[in-house]
Structure formats: C-alpha cells, structure tokens
Design a protein around this ligand. Structure first.
Ligand code: ADP
Ligand code: MG
Length: 730
C-alpha cells in the first residue's frame, strides 16, 4: 500500500492554479465593501446616531441606549442586505486565535411562538458569551464563569460568511480583562496622554497622539496533501523531524523571485477578501526560505491594525483551503532554515498630521524628533527584559537567535547618522567652556539632520528593534503572535518614559533653566545612561553574544525565564500606575502564557513519541530486515572470504540502524518519564520550567536519530514527506 507520502506527491502532479476573478479592475471599487464604515453609517443610520458614534470613536465618549438601538438597526439593515443571517461578538481571547459565537438574527416570541428578526442596542453593546473554556488564568471561578464582551465602536463591524461580526473587548464579571484588546486600548490611552504632553513643549496645537502600526506577516505555504501526511505539522504547526534538504536557501534564489502561479492565485484571492474588509494589504513577495512568503499592509492606527492582523490570519487560513494550501504561521516550521516573524513597524502620529519619528525640517521640529527618539531608546534600555517578555511563545523560542532571526538579546539600532548626532550632543554639551556660538552650532547641527537622514537611512536587518527612517521596526515579534502582546508593553514603556521626561523638564524649568536647555541636558543624560542598549553591528554574530554579555545585556532564551520580567515588582508597579494591568491581571496572564507553553511542548512531545514508535521505528525495522535477508542470501551464494568483503558495509549498516532504533526507543521512554514527573508539579511556573529543561532536550536528541535514519532507509519506504518535498513541491 502506498504511503500517504507518495499519494500526496501524486496528487501534486495534478494541482493547477485556481482561477481568481477580481470583482473589479480597480481595488477602490470594492475596498471596504464588507465593513460598516463611516459612509455606510451615514447611509443606514439617523444623523444623530452617526454623530454620536463618530464622537465616541474620536473622543472615547459613551454611546447611550437609544443611540445604540439606532446603530443596531442600521447595522442589521446593512448586514442583512449583505446576506448576513447571524451576528457575533468578535474578540481576541488569550488563545492564539480570535473567538466568535454566532447567534441568528431570528428569534421566537415566547408564548405566541411567532418568529421575528431580533438585534437591538442591548445585543450590540454587550453580550455574555459562555466562554468559560477560554483561558482566564484563574480569574473566573466556575461558579462565576461569566465574561462580558463589549462593543468597540472604533473598529468597524464587518460581514464574513453571512455573519455580522462586531469587534468587542472581553472582560470578566469582576472587570479584569480577558483579552488583548482592552489592555491595548488602555496602553494607547496612556501613550496618547504622555506623548501629547511632551509635544506641548514644541507645539501647543497637538491635542492627540495615536500610535501607528504596520505589521509584516511572514508565513509558509504547504500543499494540503503533504500537510495531511505530516501529523507533526497538523498537530503542532512545525516539523518535529526531517533531515535538511540538499538544497534549501543557500542560493538565495527564492527571495523576491517570481511568485509561483498557484501561490500568486492564492495571494490575489486573500487580498481581495482583505480589501473588501478594509484591510489595506499592499505588499506581497517571496521571503528568503523556499515556500516562505510575506504580506504587509499600509500602516494604520494601532487598535485597528491589530484587529486587521488577527482577521487577516483567519482569512488567510480560510482562503488557503480553496487553493489546496495550508498556511503555517509557526515561527519555526523547519529546522535549519529561516523562521517567520511579524515585524511591527511602530510610530506615533499627532492630530496635526506629524509623524513624531520623522526628522523635522527646522531646528525646533528636529529637537522634537530627537526628544522622541532618545526617549524611546531610553525606554528600551530601561525595559529590555520586559519587552523580551512580550515576544515569548513556544514557537518564537526556536526562532530568536536562530537562523537569520533577531537574537533574543534586546538592543536598538539607530543608524550611523543618528549615532553621530547623539554622540555630538554628548561631547559638545559636556564641554563646560562651551561658548554661546557653540550652542547655536549645536542647534544648527540638529537643524541639518533632515538632509542627511532622509536620503540615507541605513538598514540593519539583524537588530530586534531598528530605526528605519521614520519609525521603529520591532523585528523580534513572532509570526503567529497577536501583535497586541508586544505593543502593549512597548506603548506602556515609552509612555512611562515620556511621563518621566516631562516631569524632569518641568522641574528644571521651575528651577530657572531655559526650556530648550533643559531638554538638551536631559536628552544628553539619557543618551549616556542608555548607551549600552544601542548596537549597530551584526546582531546575528557570535561576537555580539559575547559583547552583549560584557555590556551586561540579558540574553534570555526560554519562555519561563523570559516571563520572570513580566511578573517582577517593577513591572507590576509600572503596569499598575499606567492603568494597563492590575496585579491579578498580570498574574493571570502569566499563568495563561506558561500553561500554553507547557501544553505546546507536551503536545509536541506526545506527537514525537507517536511518530517515533509507530512510524519511524517500524519503517527502520522493515528496512533492516531487508538488509538482514539480503546478507543471509549473500552468505549462501558466496565464499566465506568474499562474504567478508561484500557484506561488511551492509552489516555495519544493520548495526547502525539497530543503534538508532534502540536510542530512539530509550530516549522516548525517558522522555515519557520526564513528562510524568513534570506533570506532577503543582506550580505552573515550575511545571513550565520542567517541560523546558527536562522534557524539551529529549526532542532534539530523538530527532537526531530519526534524521540519521532518514538518510539510511530506502526512500520508497520512508513514510513522511521529506524537507525537499515540503519546501519545493508545488
Ligand atoms: P521593509 O520590508 O523594508 O521593512 P515593508 O514595505 O515590507 O518594508 O514594510 C514596511 C511597513 O512599515 C509597512 O507596513 C508600512 O505601512 C509600515 N510603516 C511605514 N511608515 C510607518 C509609520 N509611520 N508607522 C507605522 N508603520 C509604518
Ligand atoms: Mg521589514
């Protein structure tokens, strides 16, 4: 009987690119067709309700019941025309996915039994999804397993699969957040407040600052048939075994290469869906590894950008099925080649239309630019460990510090020109005898930044946090992550830093120091104290690992270790004062993250044991038996002397196979024992640690023997699609 592997390879011969029909040649004809945006609000709602929603979006005001009813009626009328029969509150629980529970618009009148269409303001504004099975880190006892979802008017409702989806936050009965959106919005509020105040030193017209986010989503595509033949991909999202392909990414012939036809069809298809949902995807290209790709949107206000990324991942999964593909969002699906990240391009923009990380055109705006730049670098310096805790996951653990991925060491890159300018600030101002003209010089230097900068922003693709001309790019974020996790921490850390800066400047001014002078002095101090976090060299090199250790920077490799910073006294104080997380919320999230980590390794370890014992060992034994029979036969027909000569290598092979088999069996048994021990741990953190340090090491040891066997065993017998097939078959 042919194995699934060969069936899959046969199926591949007949695969064709699906034809994709564009709704129109112009994207703008259908862009946003499936969202209830401002235009549709105006059309489907009374003016009073429309203005009220706009005010709520822009100023965060509450929407009263009467207005909510009007909005609900308008939304429902629009959604019904779009074919929606159901509605759902759509939210981001602390799993890896978004959640939805669908209710029909239709209802039955108690008593009369008459059916009618229902959906009113109350159902729009708040719901009580029975979501007690979603992770909550012990925040909800089962007797009070209530969670509420509440409408977020700032993210437009949308229709997908005949369902009206209403973006919501998700909180416990007692008010603690159970999702990513609520703390994200809180961190955005804090950043708005702190950044607006600092802008006040430069421009009184600034009354609001928003954070902007443009994510770059990397992913792998695998043919569905091959995927079905790899239980490890199906159950864990990554390959737990597989010898390197003779050719993978050495020739760099995939990056930016022409996109394979089937893949291009898939990309067009999901982009159409994305555009209908108002997700502004714009860029698509091949990535470095074979079968790896990327898509990126035009950046947006952060809350919206985060929703859009979550939604897009869902859409990409769904559309992939139509094209007989599976999307791998895992950070490291294949050993030895590039993993996938989700670079988060992050900046801040004012209500006056200024990007605060774009160097200005005159000395004043340049001082503003430098103020933000230096404060951000300082925030990264002071909160490096906390930022590291925002990018953890079992998957990203394999990626950070591995093949062409940013290291687990947090550092910031700002480029040669800016480094020069920061150094100048430190040197010149430190000159006590500085004359009045020198001071003006300094200011003029600052004034000259734009010409220099705008044309030559050097890039450093090895830095986890790199300045790229008009934004920072947080490159260490994992491809499967909800971007909010990292952004909440970044926003909070920067806001806190800006807060401190403002207080310092005000105190100096109070003492009679001129404002510009106070700003210079403070920036200078910040530049000096945060120097060690700046690194302009090759972050992928071993030299950097050593240099970072000398500088005293952390290099935390595993999730349980990285999470310690998240529950540190300082972090709890910071989040509390920022109004982003209460202590119970922090502890709950900590528990959820560690539990998720433990479970992922547990699943991987079980799948590996099953594949080892039920797929690999029997195959190796079968091949070994063939060899033994062959050797026996040989012995019958040749002389004893010749036999020695002819069968020596084969006998050696039989022994090698026997050794791998027994190693695999022994290690699998030991791993199972280690798992049992780990499962007995009472404390979640201790259990995660045991999985990390006691169970995980077996996985690479077992894999080693399997991968060796793959090289020895007859290709015809090998049951699992090989790396070369997974990476190149299309
Ligand atoms: P690269 O691969 O060179 O990093 P891409 O074009 O793939 O560039 O991605 C750049 C991303 O940065 C895009 O999503 C873009 O919208 C985003 N971006 C550009 N300017 C800003 C900004 N001011 N704030 C946030 N994101 C931005
Ligand atoms: Mg990038």
């Amino acid at each position: 009987m042919a194995t699934l592997r060969f069936k899959a390879l046969e199926i591949l011969f007949d695969r064709q690119a699906k034809q994709v029909i564009y709704p129109s040649v112009k994207t703008s004809d259908y862009y946003g067709a499936n969202i209830f945006d401002k235009e549709k609000m105006q059309k489907y709602m009374p003016r009073e309700a429309y203005l009220s929603v706009i005010e709520s979006i822009e100023q965060g005001t509450r929407i009263d019941r009467k207005i909510a009813n009007q909005v609900a009626a308008g939304m429902k009328a629009w959604a019904t025309e779009k074919g929606a029969t159901h509605y759902t509150h759509w939210f981001h629980p602390l799993t890896d996915a978004s959640a939805e529970k669908h209710d029909a618009f239709f209802d039955i009148e108690p008593g009369t039994g008459k059916s009618f269409e229902s959906f009113d303001g109350a159902l729009l504004v708040q719901q009580e999804p029975d979501a007690s099975s979603l992770p909550n880190g012990g925040l909800r006892n089962t007797f009070e397993a209530r969670g509420y979802s509440a409408w977020d008017p700032s993210s437009p409702a949308f229709v997908v699969d005949n369902t009206l989806c209403i973006p919501t936050i998700f909180v416990a009965y007692t008010g603690e957040s159970l999702d990513y959106k609520l703390p994200l919005m809180k961190s955005l509020n804090y950043l708005d407040r702190a950044a607006t105040e600092v802008c006040g030193f430069f421009d009184k017209n600034v009354t609001k600052v928003i954070a902007t986010l443009g994510w770059e989503q990397e992913y792998f595509l695998i043919d569905d048939a091959l995927y079905q033949a790899r239980p490890d991909l199906q159950l864990t999202g990554r390959t737990l075994m597989g010898h390197a392909s003779a050719k993978d990414q050495q020739l760099s012939d995939h990056y930016f290469g022409s996109i394979p036809e089937r893949v291009a069809a898939y990309m067009h298809d999901f982009e159409i869906e994305a555009h209908k949902l108002g997700i502004p995807v714009k860029t698509r290209h091949n990535e470095v590894a074979p079968n790896q790709f990327e898509c990126a949107p035009i950046f947006e206000e952060m809350n919206l950008a985060v929703d859009h990324n979550q939604l897009l991942m869902d859409i990409m999964n769904k559309v992939a099925r139509r094209h007989n593909f599976r999307v791998l969002f895992h950070e490291k699906p294949f050993k030895g080649i590039n993993g996938s990240g989700k670079h988060c391009n992050w900046s801040m923009a004012t209500n006056t239309g200024v990007n605060l990380l774009r160097p200005g055109k005159n000395p004043k705006t340049n001082l503003q630019f430098l103020t933000f730049l230096v404060n951000i670098v300082k925030a990264v310096h002071d909160n490096a460990d906390l930022l590291r805790s925002g990018i953890v996951s079992a998957g990203n653990e394999h990626r950070l510090g591995a093949h062409e991925a940013p290291p687990a060491i947090i550092s910031a890159f700002i480029g040669t020109e800016l480094t020069k300018i920061l150094n100048e600030i430190v040197e010149r101002v430190s000159d006590k005898k500085m004359s009045a003209t020198a001071k003006t010089d300094l200011k003029l230097d600052i004034g000259r930044i734009p010409e220099i900068l705008l044309d030559n922003t050097d890039r450093n693709r090895t830095s986890p946090f790199a300045f790229t001309g008009n934004r920072f790019e947080f490159r260490a974020v994992g491809s499967s992550a909800n971007t909010a996790t990292a952004m909440i921490i970044l926003n909070t850390a920067v806001a806190r830093q800006l807060d401190e800066f403002k207080t310092t400047i005000e105190a100096l001014v109070e003492k009679g120091v001129k404002k510009d002078e106070a700003i210079f002095q403070t920036l200078r101090e910040y530049i000096i104290v945060s120097e060690k976090i700046r690194f302009e060299g090759n972050g992928y090199s071993q030299d950097w690992v050593e240099e970072a250790a000398r500088r005293g920077l952390s290099n935390v490799r595993t999730v349980p270790d990285a999470m310690k910073a998240f529950v540190s006294k300082e972090a709890i104080k910071l989040f509390n004062e920022a109004g982003v997380y209460t202590e119970p919320e922090i502890m709950a999230r900590y528990e959820v993250i560690l539990e998720k980590y433990t479970k992922k390794i547990q699943i991987e370890s079980r799948v590996l044991a099953d594949l080892s014992i039920n797929h690999i060992v029997p195959t190796a034994v079968k091949y070994q038996t063939e060899l033994i029979n062959n050797v026996r036969g040989l012995k019958e027909i040749v002389s004893a002397e010749d036999f020695e000569l002819l069968a020596g290598a084969r006998i050696e092979n039989i022994k090698v196979i026997a050794n791998h088999i027994s190693q695999i069996k022994t290690k699998v048994n030991e791993m199972i024992e280690a798992r049992k021990d780990a499962n007995n741990m009472e404390d979640g953190a201790v259990m995660a640690d045991a999985y990390d340090k006691k169970v995980k090491p077996f996985m690479s040891q077992i894999r080693y023997h399997i991968d060796k066997l793959e090289l020895i065993v007859d290709n015809e017998m090998w049951p699992l699609p090989k790396y070369r097939e997974l990476l190149f078959a299309r």
